[in-house]
Design a protein around this ligand. Structure first.
Ligand code: C2E
Ligand code: CA
Ligand code: CA
Length: 564
């Protein structure tokens, strides 16, 4: 594919005339050589040599169909099949009406009928074909993703709609294809390797499309959209994609995930159809296996539920339908467990649905930015609660609040937090902040800076969900943190799964190296608790001690602690 530069606009175009009859060549040449540079060939073989020699400069071929050796049809086919030559328009010279259809099918841009008795018509056709072809190159340049040659997102949707217009009855599927942990592949093997993987997948998609009715594009880095006539076997499809990757799939590190919205509803907006496929695809996030998920009724119901929650969230904030619950964390390093702190966890007491857990609504609030408002509410509530307990019991129960990653980018974050604690007469060290590990990996520089500033004011920082992100040891040693919270998924199977147990051991060693305590959350049984204690884990949070409870109920934990 080539673009057109400004200086190209003024150059005289080069035209090749191919005809085995001398008189015809001369006549045509005479008609167009005032406006164009002209070269000649007297048979197909010679024409091909000329085309190859002037490949970059040639603007048009005027081609006689009936010639010895390689004839015009054959030459048309050769040009059409060659990715570099395809852009050169060909006008077919013919005296037979019947030849026109066939040559148009072979990709001819236009035709000129013999004898050549209307020079102005010939000149106009020549000019028009060249202009069209050149515009086409310009369009093509923005239409296609440079790396893979697939459409870009914008043109893709355009063409999907066009496809629906022409084939309204054809059942279609919307597919979203994604590479698992592509960023890590890139980091491990370098960008050229990653680019190669993307190209190979694109080639597989192109092969797939050549056998069925469809269109594809590459959206963000490693996301492909495919709009395809309804398919029955998605396993087979994924197998084909994986097969293509065989040569580059070192240690089987590459795996794909696919979301499918089959038999799309054409009444729906085209982008919405792909949103459904994305939704299905996202459920496979974090996977290491190649797999697909179909968008089904359950998704649909969840979607409707989410929409209802989004609709209600503004009023909910206004009417304070949110309540902060507290879950105790116990220090288990001594003979008996001691109340160490608590985590503040939000609940939505919805007038219609009752208590909703944050997993259902936090992601929605994160999407539309309302999370900042919500988090601020939780921080304020928590700070006043710490102050109330301090007043009632004479001790500080430090409580950790969750800080959404969006807040990290807020330049006003530290002032806001300082304002909140000072407002209720506390100091920053009495409020703990939980920041999820994956936030660190996404933008480590900015976050390290922000966290350093927060710490310099005295805030205590816990790295949440540790083990779910991909922090390197190198990065960790620079990380300003005060505690590591072990990701719940390792704790879940710690008693039965050797791999998870080793992971926990490793994380505890990392924490020792960093000289910070380890907090294990999601601890539900005595066995888990005992094992973690044996592995020198410092703090435990989980149903084993208590579920998150409203502040009134939490009082009893404080009272018990004070009386022991
Ligand atoms: P998280 O920060 O990892 O919080 C721990 C989650 O584990 C909580 O879920 C808690 O109720 C649950 N949990 C505690 N002990 C156990 C146990 O023994 N077994 C099991 N299976 N689960 C246990 P919850 O309250 O549903 O919160 C889910 C997530 O929502 C939190 O995960 C956190 O990421 C987010 N979240 C909660 N409150 C807030 C908030 O105020 N602001 C923000 N930004 N996010 C919040
Ligand atoms: Ca947390
Ligand atoms: Ca956590």
């Amino acid at each position: 594919m080539q673009g057109i530069s400004a200086c190209d606009m003024n150059r005289r175009r080069l035209v090749l005339i191919v005809d085995d009859e001398f008189v015809n060549r001369q006549l045509l040449g005479f008609i167009i050589n005032r406006d164009y540079d002209v070269i000649y060939a007297e048979n197909g073989r010679e024409a091909l040599e000329q085309i190859k020699r002037h490949e970059k400069m040639l603007s048009l071929v005027l081609l006689d169909l009936l010639m010895p050796e390689i004839d015009g049809y054959e030459l048309l086919q050769i040009i059409k099949d060659d990715a570099n030559l395809r852009r050169i328009p060909v006008i077919v010279l013919t005296s037979e009406k019947s030849a026109e259809v066939q040559s148009l099918q072979l990709g001819a841009a236009d035709f000129i009928t013999k004898p050549y008795d209307m020079p102005e018509v010939i000149l106009a056709r020549v000019r028009r074909s060249i202009e069209l072809a050149e515009n086409n190159v310009i369009i093509h340049a923005t239409e296609n993703d440079v790396l893979t040659g697939l459409y870009t997102r914008q043109f893709f949707f355009e063409y999907c709609q066009q496809h629906d217009r022409y084939c309204p009855e054809m059942p279609m599927d919307a597919l979203v294809l994604n590479i698992n942990h592509f960023r890590i592949l890139n980091e491990l093997h370098g960008r050229p390797y990653g680019d190669n993987v993307l190209r190979i997948i694109a080639d597989s998609i192109i092969t797939l499309l050549s056998g069925s009715n469809g269109i594809a594009c590459r959206c963000d880095a490693d996301t492909f959209y495919i709009y395809l006539s309804h398919h029955n076997n998605y396993d087979e499809l994924l197998d084909e994609f994986m097969d293509g990757l065989k040569t580059v799939n070192l240690n089987n590190r590459i795996s794909l995930r696919m979301g499918v919205y089959e038999n799309v509803d054409k009444e729906m907006d085209i982008e919405q159809r792909f949103d459904r496929a994305i939704l299905a695809c996202n459920t496979l996030r974090g996977n290491y296996k190649t797999a697909y998920v179909l968008y089904d009724m359950q998704f649909h119901e969840r979607e409707i539920y989410s929409e209802k929650l989004i609709e209600d969230m503004y009023i909910a904030i206004e009417q304070k339908q949110f309540k902060v619950y507290y879950q105790p964390k116990y220090d288990i390093t001594g003979d008996t467990p001691h109340l160490y702190s608590a985590e503040a966890l939000i609940r939505w007491i919805h007038p219609e649905y009752g208590m909703i857990s944050p997993g259902s609504f936090i992601p929605l609030f994160e999407e539309n930015g309302l999370i900042q408002k919500l988090d601020r509410y939780v921080w304020e509530e928590t700070a006043s609660q710490i102050a109330r307990w301090k007043e009632n019991y004479g001790v500080t129960i430090p409580v950790s609040v969750n800080v959404s990653r969006i807040n990290i980018y807020d330049p006003n974050l530290e002032n806001e937090l300082i304002g909140i604690v000072e407002n209720v007469g506390l100091t920053p060290k009495e409020l703990h902040l939980e920041i999820t590990e994956s936030a660190y990996t996404n933008n480590s520089h900015q976050i390290v800076e922000t966290v350093e500033r927060l710490r310099s004011h005295g805030f205590h920082i816990e790295m949440d969900d540790f083990g779910s992100g991909y922090s390197s040891l190198n990065m960790l040693s620079e990380m300003p943190i005060d505690a590591l919270k072990l990701d719940m998924k390792f704790v879940r199977n710690i008693c039965t799964n050797e791999k998870d147990r080793r992971m926990v051991k490793l994380i505890i060693e990392i924490a020792e190296f960093l000289n910070v305590p380890v907090i294990a959350e999601g601890v539900e049984t005595k066995e888990q608790c005992d094992l973690l204690k044996k592995m020198s884990c410092d703090v435990i949070q989980g149903y084993y001690f208590s579920r998150p409870v409203p502040p009134e109920e939490f009082n009893s934990f404080i009272e018990k602690e004070l009386s022991s």
